[in-house]
Design a protein around this ligand. Structure first.
Ligand code: FEO
Ligand code: CA
Ligand code: CA
Length: 634
């Protein structure tokens, strides 16, 4: 056969075998089944996982990793970010002290090498989100629901300071990692930090308030769930369940349009009580304040003075995380799930190409482009539908008057164009080599209920207790069409699962590392954790999956009541940080035995990581290394 007539063998094989197998595991899986061990297999990723899987942890109050690995607590709630005050185990640190310490409920994290623009694996910045707080652990005598009369402005302030983002400087010296204190880079961003709004919503009437008559400056960020990085080296943080911070008592005077929007975004009742002491969280008085949250924010981690920017072009919804992929022409796509039952998956494509340079000046790329939302067709194809004012259903006579409105009410716009409601989209991750896109759907017990949508091909189980992972194939990051398949259904085989190896439920955090290992973290809620049909999964955990074959091995189990959320690795893949969030939530099986957490007994379920006599559980970053200094997971 002449050279120009050569056919890619993978194309031939793929054409002969089922489309489903190719979509699920990639062409690598076909080599695995058809060819003897060869160089092809090596390059297609066979044998990615080299560690011995661990067993489930049944109410074990520690972090467990495989033999040959070490895991140690690195940065816990209350630890100083720089040379600030030490943590007090009785929770008596003041609001001002909390401002200089790690926030609560660590979620996603990212590693940025130092110096900037190099690929150091020994020195860098760790940047992480602090998603929310547990008032019974944060305060000496609990929060608003533990005593309304003792809920002071100081408590509100401490809660606001325990939210947001931490940035710490970390360094490896003689084989040991430590936090550099003091550090010129260290900072905290909280629910009160001034930041800018940019993109089509900036300056619009939707976000103007008494305090900000121009609609340009927002105070703070909160419920920062997961995150992402831009290819130009800035940090992206995602505002998730912002609605839970606003109190709406009297909507009588609001327009019908406004009432619809509040309902669609579930703005009615605050879980925190900030409105008691900080009026901007009272929607009755400040109807636009909640429009200033639910965005993706960007800032330059290398400049401690850099001002965070809310990038409105990426839309307003309960952003879980944001993952990116670069198109052949240099434009960049950013993927983000809206984590609520029957919500959508979005993709923003920049208008302009990225020129490959580093630094925050590239942030302007996030201000112009097209936000799309996914429609999954039952035949395995899919479309990214544009959310552009003036196109299709998004015209004035259909309730939209501007692009700002389309973005502020992105959920309503997505409803109008016919997006596919999903089973709680959590993280998106993109494969660094193949460009494949993986999305975790954590669960949706309402799927199939009388008053709700029934199962479809992309959400194939009614009463979806265990969740699933989808895989999207695109020809390019700029594509507006895709192919998709179910990568795995969680739960045991008897429960309808399709996992090849160690079982898990409720996939949430996901990251594909530079070798191609898919790391999956679980978030079984306390109500279900260790209980009934979930007892077989033990505590929440992290698994490593070979995406070429589906092989799944349990790598880490967390302490009692926690979820595992957040993963970062150094470029050499020899150091990993994982976040443990909300240890100490009480699994139902313990609650049934009379174990009850309270402000006076915060450690009823977990006393991790300190195990002090009068201790309290603390969310924390855990440092993981291989004892022989090798690559994690190999
Ligand atoms: Fe903050 Fe959807 O997890
Ligand atoms: Ca999550
Ligand atoms: Ca979750």
């Amino acid at each position: 056969m002449a050279k120009n007539e050569q056919v890619d063998i993978s194309d031939l094989i793929a054409a002969r075998l089922s489309r489903r197998q190719v979509l699920q595991y990639g062409v690598g899986s076909l080599f695995a089944t058809m060819l003897p061990l060869s160089g092809c297999q090596q390059s297609s990723g066979i044998g990615l996982l080299g560690f011995e899987a661990i067993a489930i942890a049944d109410l074990t109050d520690s972090v467990v990793v495989p033999e040959g690995y070490s895991a140690r607590v690195f940065y816990a709630w209350g630890d100083p970010v720089s040379d600030g005050p030490a943590f007090k185990m009785d929770a008596s640190n003041t609001a001002e002290e909390q401002l200089l310490q790690a926030g609560m409920h660590h979620d996603a994290l990212q590693f940025f090498p130092l110096p900037a623009k190099v690929t150091s694996s020994q020195h860098g910045l760790l940047v992480m989100n602090h998603e929310y707080i547990d008032a019974q652990i944060l305060h000496v005598d609990g929060g608003i629901f533990d005593g309304r009369e003792s809920y002071t402005a100081e408590k509100t302030l401490k809660e606001q300071h325990a939210h947001g983002i931490s940035l710490i400087e970390v360094r490896q010296h003689q084989g040991h990692w430590h936090i550099i204190r003091p550090s010129q880079y260290a900072r905290r961003i909280t629910a009160r930090t001034p930041m800018s709004m940019s993109g089509p919503v900036a300056g619009s009437d939707f976000i103007k308030t008494e305090l900000d008559i121009l609609g340009e400056e927002v105070l703070g960020t909160f419920n920062n769930c997961a995150n992402g990085q831009t290819p130009w080296g800035t940090y992206l943080s995602c505002e998730e369940n912002f609605n839970n911070y606003f109190q709406l008592t009297d909507a009588a005077d609001a327009s019908d349009k406004q009432k619809v929007a509040w309902q669609r975004y579930d703005i009615k009742q605050s879980y925190y009580g900030w409105h008691e002491n900080d009026e901007r969280f009272n929607v009755d008085f400040h109807p636009n304040e909640s429009n200033r949250f639910g965005w993706v924010i960007e800032f330059d981690p290398y400049d401690p003075q850099s001002r965070p920017v809310k990038r409105s072009a990426l839309g307003r919804f309960s952003h879980e995380n944001v993952a990116h992929k670069i198109a052949k022409d240099g434009r960049v796509a950013f993927y983000s799930g809206d984590d609520a039952k029957f919500e959508y998956v979005y993709k923003f494509i920049t208008q302009d190409a990225w020129d490959g340079s580093q630094g925050p000046k590239n942030g302007r790329l996030l201000d112009e482009g097209v936000l799309h939302v996914a429609r999954f067709n039952d035949d395995g194809s899919g479309h990214w539908l544009p959310l552009v004012f003036g196109q299709g259903a998004l015209t004035p006579n259909k309730d939209f008057d501007s692009q700002a409105e389309v973005l502020v009410h992105a959920r309503l716009a997505a409803d109008a164009v016919g997006a596919t409601p999903m089973d709680r989209p959590e993280w998106v991750t993109t494969h660094p080599k193949t460009g494949d896109v993986y999305i975790s759907m954590t669960n949706n017990a309402k799927r199939g209920d009388e008053d709700a949508a029934s199962s479809d091909a992309a959400n194939p189980r009614n009463n979806n207790q265990f969740g699933h992972i989808l895989k999207l194939l695109e020809t390019d990051a700029s594509a507006t069409q895709f192919d998709w398949d179910v990568f795995s259904l969680a739960g045991s085989e008897e429960q309808g699962g399709s996992i090849k190896g160690d079982g898990y439920a409720n996939p949430d955090g996901m990251m594909i590392d530079a070798r191609g290992v898919l790391w999956v973290q679980t978030d079984i809620s306390a109500k279900k954790l260790n209980t009934d049909e979930f007892s077989q999964f033990g505590n929440n955990q992290m698994l490593a999956i070979d995406p070429n074959t589906g092989e799944t091995r349990r790598f880490l189990t967390g302490p009692v009541g926690c979820e595992v959320s957040g993963i970062a690795m150094t470029p050499d893949l020899k150091t990993m940080w994982v976040n443990i969030q909300h240890p100490g939530d009480v699994p139902t099986i313990m609650a049934k035995q009379g174990i009850k957490k309270s402000a006076s007994h915060p450690n009823a379920a977990s006393n991790w990581p300190d195990h002090a006599v009068h201790g309290r559980p603390r969310s924390a970053t855990v440092l993981i290394t291989k004892e022989d200094g090798g690559i994690i997971g190999s």
